[in-house]
Design a protein around this ligand. Structure first.
Ligand code: IMP
Length: 422
């Protein structure tokens, strides 16, 4: 398959879990490189639903090497729970799953700080998943983070955790929050450290060995381009690089060993949390929610919904270098008479064909729409390109052309089999 980076081209929740699952068949190694358990990758196999937060979705296939890379922030207790959940489903990750020694830890004070900072922001809150992701990456940048390599060294972990809890308790008290008990946190996280020890590895060396034996590596992106810390709608973003470059820094695989970038996008647009969403629209939100669709995999929150925004996906294709596109959730639009696609923005007299960096300007922008006739036929049974109604094919071709990459996958439902390969 060649080494492939898979990224979300919108605001996350594009259906990456399913596309990764489909592409995993051709891969030997699957790597998570950024984010943490704020991600929720949903995969449906033979009527069973699996939601993975930290473990790469490749674990649902037999004999695939799965790596949680150095760029991920890992809540060890949450990872233990996820592994236990897999064991209950009859999936034994031992021997296939590797956790980077240099991945940073998410600890209870990160979650508590996340919640307190959101509370203090009031109506300016980001709408985070409250998983402690921002404070954990903050500690990494401030060089005060603890890493997996510390977790599995009992004496070092005890010393460093004691210092960090003391310091963070002062901050929590200043926020009016309850301080944490070192003993309790230590006991719980030490146990998680013992549990995870067999999975811990120098994953950079493992991946370099995989490159030497010409293994095909799939880099599983989490969140989406517009949640990227540098390229997203800052400050309404997550705290990692969700764009293609994050796959290199978050794994130790150099750029020249990457062969292609696949972008995943929905046939419409959604966003969870606060921040601008230029094509947000009540009609399409009501329709999708009434169908029981578009509720978050991690938090259960209803997602905000809007028409497809080609300004956004074009930008995503540029900053990620997307070669190939997978469009998901086509069946969500089956009942519509007319479907709109945003092809530019207007802010007063000014027209934009790119996403302005000034978040206030972006919030003022109104979309310029092109209209497409709906196909008004169920598509969930389509298995080949020619099974799709002609109007759906024209719509998909237009999305790819407007975005500037080649369409290779069209997805008409959550199941593995509901996938059209072009
Ligand atoms: P955080 O990553 O929890 O700090 O949240 C920051 C922003 O990213 C919020 O708007 C979240 O809703 C959003 N976010 C984080 N992870 C995901 C995801 O996996 N899918 C969609 N949105 C996400």
């Amino acid at each position: 398959m060649a080494n492939t980076i898979l990224v979300g081209a919108q605001w996350g929740d594009e259906g990456k879990g399913k596309i990764i699952d489909v592409l995993t068949r051709q891969a030997d190694v699957i790597v998570r490189t950024q984010g943490g358990n704020n991600a929720g990758h949903t995969v449906h196999i033979r009527g069973k639903k699996y939601v993975l937060h930290l473990v790469p979705s490749g674990i649902l296939h037999r004999k695939k090497m799965c790596v949680i890379g150095n760029g991920v922030v890992v809540d060890p207790v949450s990872l233990v729970e996820e592994i236990e959940g897999l064991l209950q489903l009859g999936i034994r990750p031992h021997g296939n799953l590797y956790l980077s020694e240099t991945a940073h830890l998410v600890l209870p004070y990160h979650r508590e700080l996340d919640a307190q900072r959101e509370r203090l922001k009031g109506k300016n809150r980001i709408g985070t998943t409250k998983r402690g992701i921002g404070p954990a990456y903050g500690d990494k940048a401030a060089r005060t983070g603890l890493r997996v390599i510390d977790l599995v060294n009992p004496e070092r972990f005890r010393q460093q955790l004691r210092l960090r809890i003391k310091e963070n308790n002062d901050v929590l008290r200043a926020y009016g929050a309850r301080p944490l008990s070192f003993e309790r946190v230590h006991r719980q996280y030490r146990a998680a450290g013992d549990y995870l020890k067999p999975f811990v590895a120098n994953t950079v060396i493992l991946l370099q060995e995989a490159l030497r034996r010409d293994a095909d590596i799939l880099f599983e992106g989490a969140q989406g381009t517009f949640l990227d810390l540098d390229h997203g709608t800052y400050p309404f973003v997550t705290s990692s690089n969700t764009t293609a470059g994050g796959a290199c820094t978050g794994s130790g695989v150099p750029p020249h060993r990457m062969d292609r970038v696949v972008g995943v996008m929905k046939a419409y647009t959604t966003r969870v949390g606060e921040g601008p969403l230029p094509t947000e629209n009540a009609e399409i939100a009501d329709l999708l929610h009434a169908l029981g669709r578009e509720f978050g995999a991690t938090t259960g929150r209803p997602r905000r919904c809007g028409w497809f925004d080609a300004v956004v996906t074009r930008h995503a294709c540029l900053v990620n270098g997307i070669d190939h596109l997978a469009v998901t959730n086509i069946d969500g639009l089956d009942s519509l008479e007319t479907i709109k696609v945003c092809i530019g923005y207007r802010d007063g007299d000014r027209r934009y064909d790119y996403v302005p960096n000034d978040i206030e300007a972006l919030a003022r922008c109104t979309p310029i729409y092109a209209e497409f006739p709906g196909w008004r036929t169920p598509t969930h049974r389509a298995r080949r390109w020619k099974d799709l109604p002609a109007k759906a094919r024209s719509y998909l071709k237009a999305l790819a052309e407007l975005s500037g990459a080649q369409l290779i996958i069209a997805s008409v439902g959550p199941g593995r089999e509901q996938t059209i390969m072009l």
